[in-house]
Ligand binder design. Structure first.
Ligand code: AHR
Length: 532
């Protein structure tokens, strides 16, 4: 089993945002000079940064994953085959489930066995919950797509006893009553739970607790919710426990939360421990979400991207607090909810958080993934919200139809960065101004994969001007560089069931001469190349 959240060696991203945008000068002429020393290596970019999140919310699970074994939609044991194939190709490392806010409404017993109780989903529209998709179905889904479980346990309306029994049910190899019940329900072998989220937004929908009140609960759940799987008892394979961390912001409310948990962790006794602290940060300029997910213009494009770049500062603020109590970076910061959150699509149920997914979201995703990569020494997990049909989704479905979103394509293009070693790059980003905001015009990261191959990613934020990025690479004799690029004619271009390939990656080749790589990237594009 691969070591998750591996401890990190040193390595800093060096990124220079120079104010190179001169009014009246054609910015296309401003070459971006980028330097990479391929012999240098930084932190490992954990593959868990590319995690997904599937909540019982709208058609995120029912319809999106689960159609039931009797459905005319092709499925394997009730799980749709088209969605499984698409997610398998994405190499999803882990899926967080069953919430979100719903996790604190969820009672696992109602979702196992032959007779499922029909309950309610009070968090998301008060709709009925069939509990047809429960523990076994979730683990079957994970097995089909090749991902690991990030289980979010109920700390709000549940109890320590309920959660500890859930873990015993799932993980014991002993003939206990719960272990035997799991076997009778079709799974004799213990399940593997890789990650355990102890509550969700306990400062809000998870119970509106103070940091101190949550800490009391955290200690109990950390102590008594155990993983019994014999294959996970050694350090490298063990289930990792993620505490509720701050919401997206640098305000005292959030810094106090991080400070309280980390201070307690520093002085913790043997009887409780954590491996990670979560951070939730959506790109939503104001509540309620009002930006349109399609049919918007350049000002809204720029404003949303400006907002999304706040992720960097938020991570820096909370990492600095964590550094005070954990200079060795033993505790991972896990951004287990992030993404663009816009106004619900007209005509949709507002409680189902249905929005379109445009080229802007692809660029938003690449900017965030690059931020995570630059902080890979501390940020060792992230889960975009959400996987299917909800918020910034990878996949959208409508009955038998399925379409891959621009965000899906970015995640696919970034696969080579999973578990790669971060390589620092230096560049003059230039500027791009619209909608009253100024942004870095270009972003870029580099990394080396396990075979030592160098990968470069370049995002051109400017929707009007192409960019010429000239990379000088040392520590490697570059002969060729090729990969894929993603762009479209408009910033709000989307893929639909009728036109699924409007935003689609295309082959891309860079010019290489004298060891210098010239990438001529299109306006509003995401490009990934491997250097040979
Ligand atoms: O992703 C939608 C919701 O956003 C989640 O349920 C909750 O944790 C967050 O507030």
């Amino acid at each position: 089993m691969r070591a998750r959240f591996a401890r990190i060696a040193s390595g800093l991203a060096i990124l220079v945002f120079c104010g190179g945008g001169r009014p009246g000068v054609a910015r296309a002429q401003e070459r971006i000079d980028l330097t990479v020393d391929a012999s240098r290596g930084g932190a490992k970019i954990s593959r868990d940064l590319f995690g997904q999140f599937a909540e019982h919310l709208g058609s995120g699970v029912y319809g999106g994953i689960w159609v039931g074994p009797d459905s005319p939609i092709p499925n394997t044991r009730g799980i749709r085959n088209d969605v499984v194939a698409a997610l398998k190709a994405l190499k999803v490392p882990n899926v967080r489930w069953p919430g979100g806010c719903y996790a604190d409404d969820y009672h696992w017993r109602k979702g196992v066995g032959t007779t499922r109780q029909v309950t309610l989903n009070p968090s998301w529209g008060g709709v009925t919950e069939s509990n047809a998709f429960g523990t076994h179905e979730f683990m079957d889904f994970l097995e089909q797509i090749g991902a690991e479980a990030y289980l979010s346990i109920n700390l709000g309306s549940g109890s320590v006893e309920e959660a500890s029994e859930w873990l015993e049910y799932m993980t014991t190899a002993q003939p206990t009553t719960l272990g035997k019940e799991r076997a009778a329900n079709g799974h004799a072998a213990p399940y593997r739970v890789a990650l355990l989220g102890i509550g969700n937004e306990s400062w809000d929908c998870g119970g509106n607790m103070s940091p101190a009140a949550y800490l009391t609960q955290l200690k109990l759940y950390s102590r008594f919710v155990r993983d019994f799987n014999p294959a996970q008892q050694d350090t490298a394979a063990r289930m990792l426990k993620i505490a509720v961390g701050p919401g997206g912001g640098n305000e005292p409310r959030w810094t106090e939360w991080t400070d309280t948990i980390m201070r307690a962790w520093q002085g913790h006794q043997w009887s409780w421990d954590i491996d990670g602290l979560s951070l939730h940060n959506y790109t939503v300029p104001a509540w309620p979400p009002s930006y349109k997910s399609v049919g918007f213009g350049e000002p809204e494009y720029a404003q949303i991207l400006k907002k999304t770049l706040e992720m960097d500062d938020i991570i820096k603020t909370h990492s600095a607090i964590m550094d005070r109590y954990d200079p060795q970076k033993k505790i991972a910061l896990v951004v287990d909810e992030w993404g663009g959150w816009y106004a619900p699509l007209p005509g949709s149920n507002p409680a189902f958080l249905v929005q379109q997914n445009s080229l802007r979201d692809a660029i938003l995703a690449s900017l965030n993934l690059n931020i995570f990569a630059r902080h890979a020494d501390r940020v060792r997990g992230a889960n975009i919200a959400q996987m299917i049909n909800v918020l910034q989704a990878m996949i959208m479905t409508d009955r038998e139809k399925m379409v891959l979103t621009p965000t899906y394509h970015v995640f696919k293009m970034y696969i080579p960065f999973q578990d790669a070693t971060f390589v620092p790059v230096t560049f003059n980003a230039g500027t791009y101004t619209a909608g009253g905001v100024t942004l870095p015009r270009v972003d870029a990261i580099a990394a080396k994969d396990a075979s030592g191959r160098l990968w470069l990613e370049v995002t051109n934020v400017d929707p009007n001007q192409p960019a010429e990025v000239v990379a000088t690479v040392s520590g490697l004799a570059a002969k060729s560089a090729a990969g894929t690029t993603l762009t479209a004619s408009k910033v709000d271009a989307v893929n639909t069931f009728d036109a699924p390939a409007t935003v689609q990656p295309k082959p891309f080749t860079a010019a290489v001469e004298g060891g210098r790589i010239t990438l001529r990237v299109a306006p509003k594009s995401v490009t990934v190349v491997s250097v040979q």
